[in-house]
Write a protein that binds this ligand. Structure first.
Ligand code: J2J
Length: 520
């Protein structure tokens, strides 16, 4: 089975409670275009697109994609940067019922070829050149029927050539899977997350409400558009749901974003902790007027209390901590939470029906206030990864709770505090690296006998990655890094440090002890 559905009794409950309202992405855009067609929906690359224009462009593009042979249920790997075309392509695919697979701009041939092959993708959508990298290079040798380029297509299909006349296309059902999102991953190969129209729209509609979004809101998309946080917490989709305006920043740094905040009157944006700190520093000496900014959301990795205390004074806006995951569950500190709660916790869940369990190593609930493994189940948390039956057997409990791999505790007020992580992952300033994936690539080098990749603490990023390598023949660090790049691994996954060791420490049962490696 490629997708694990919500059990019927849960689906019924989520509908009855009004979480799942039978909405689809396509329908939502149509309604917004009818209600306020002339309002600006998206701003990016010097262009402004109204709700009506976005709606029409999605229709035109959907017709062109159908003409290319793309149909309902087909997977399409989308690797576009923060531009208007990202959303045009998304809505066109949503209208057809084809599923975008959201790759990040940083992904390279290793990740992309895996996504294309694993999902048997019908197409791969890219910019020509972005940030100095020619994405058409990844397309060379890729096993995918169509490569669609936003820009100079070379030998491929130009996105603009697909802009046709709207045609009648039967849309997907609200309970259908809308897209495949990427998991941060903790195993050798990244897992894909199937999200339905019903569940995802609930998550960003409720997020928009929690964040107080309305038609006057201006959301700045600073993080990569394909990531779950700027997409849905409340992100660009939450903003469009509320009838607001989303501004797309090509880069997340203050040099790019501060002028956009001033020019567009941005009211809310979301960042990962290292970027938030960069903004705090830059705000001290900026000449840009940031007074429109009401909320800075910070999430994706733990924000230290000390850093959290600096946000509001420096930026003159409220801080909101966001603890979320592409698999579902998202927590927010609320605007009426006491200041101490906002700086010391990662918030409470979106939904009254988000079920939270905190358990010990043997799976028994811990005493209130104690630290343990976070398990969750609810109206927008998946029941299984895409085409991953074997992995699902351990990633979920038999009664459908997702094992987040996060170690948390709950305060007496019900707020969650992230205390650590049990999953074999490195959180490099919000960018997630599955240790095993990098280990497997290193093991492919003939000089490498054994390897273990662990997180090491870092003042700026929170964590960096360090590979401990046992060699069988001499090799130098730059050679190993070049080897990983040649294999087409995304840059952020290349270990920050590589240490050569005689042996790797083992546990009592003979497994490599990452705990002892981290201590080293
Ligand atoms: C500590 N760890 C955090 C936080 C995520 C909103 C916000 C973030 C994500 C995201 C998201 C954290 N403090 N505030 O999808 O909608 C770590 C946890 C979690 C993992 C999920 C959203 N916020 N984390 O980061 O799928 O370990 O989603 O399980 O990329 O990031 O990563 P991801």
């Amino acid at each position: 089975m490629s997708v694990v559905p919500y059990p019927p009794e849960f689906a019924e409950r989520y509908r009855a409670a009004g979480y799942w309202r039978g909405e689809t992405f396509g329908g939502m855009l149509r309604e917004r275009a009818a209600a306020h067609g002339d309002r600006v929906a998206l701003v990016g690359g010097g262009e402004r697109v109204t709700y009506r224009e976005l709606d029409e462009r999605a229709d035109g593009l959907a017709a062109g994609l159908v003409g290319l042979g793309i149909g309902a249920g087909d997977r399409v790997v989308v690797q576009l940067p923060n531009r208007i075309s990202f959303y045009e392509v998304c809505f066109a695919l949503f209208r057809i019922g084809a599923l975008p697979v959201f790759a990040l701009p940083a992904h390279r041939s290793s990740e992309i070829s895996y996504f294309c092959e694993f999902t048997e993708a019908a197409a791969y959508v890219i910019p020509d050149v972005n940030d100095g990298f020619d994405h058409r290079r990844i397309a060379e040798g890729l096993k995918v029927p169509h490569v669609i380029v936003d820009g100079d297509p070379g030998e491929h299909v130009s996105l603009d050539s697909l802009r046709g006349k709207p045609a009648d296309i039967p849309g997907p059902a609200p309970s259908d899977v809308a897209f495949l999102q990427l998991s941060g991953g903790s195993t050798g190969l990244p897992k894909l997350i199937p999200r339905t129209h019903d569940d995802y729209i609930y998550s960003f509609r409720a997020s928009a409400e929690i964040c107080g979004l309305d038609e006057t809101s201006v959301y700045l998309c600073a993080l990569p558009a394909g990531h779950n946080f700027p997409m849905s917490s409340p992100g660009v989709f939450g903003t469009l749901y509320a009838g607001g305006r989303a501004v797309l920043a090509p880069h997340p740094g203050p040099d790019t974003c501060f002028p956009l905040i001033e020019a567009e009157g941005v009211t809310i944006t979301g960042l990962v902790p290292p970027l938030a700190l960069l903004w705090v520093e830059a705000a001290r000496r900026t000449e840009h007027d940031l007074s429109s900014l009401r909320v800075l959301q910070v999430g994706g990795a733990k924000l230290s209390e000390e850093a959290a205390r600096r946000v509001s004074p420096a930026l003159g806006c409220a801080l909101q901590q966001v603890f979320g995951m592409a698999e579902g569950l998202v927590n927010y500190t609320r605007f009426d939470d006491p200041e101490e709660t906002v700086v010391t916790t990662q918030g409470t869940p979106i939904s009254p029906d988000d079920e939270i369990l905190i358990v010990d190593d043997s799976g028994s609930p811990v005493a209130p206030g104690e630290t343990g493994h976070l398990l969750t189940r609810g109206p927008y948390t998946i029941r299984g990864y895409y085409r991953a039956e074997e992995h699902n057997a351990t990633a979920f409990t038999p009664d459908g709770f997702y094992r987040t791999g996060d170690i948390v505790r709950r305060t007496p007020t019900g707020h969650l505090v992230v205390e650590g992580r049990a999953k074999d992952q490195i959180n490099r300033g919000g960018e997630k690296i599955a240790a095993e994936e990098v280990e497997n690539h290193l093991l492919a080098h003939p000089a490498v006998h054994d390897v273990s990749v662990v997180a090491i603490p870092d003042a700026y990023l929170g964590e960096r990655s360090c590979a401990h390598v046992v060699t069988r023949s001499p090799v130098r660090v730059p050679e190993l890094k070049a080897f990983l790049r040649e294999r087409g691994l995304a840059d952020y996954k290349i270990p920050d440090r590589i240490e050569f060791v005689e042996t790797l420490p083992t546990t009592a049962v003979g497994k490599i002890s990452k705990v002892r490696l981290r201590e080293r």
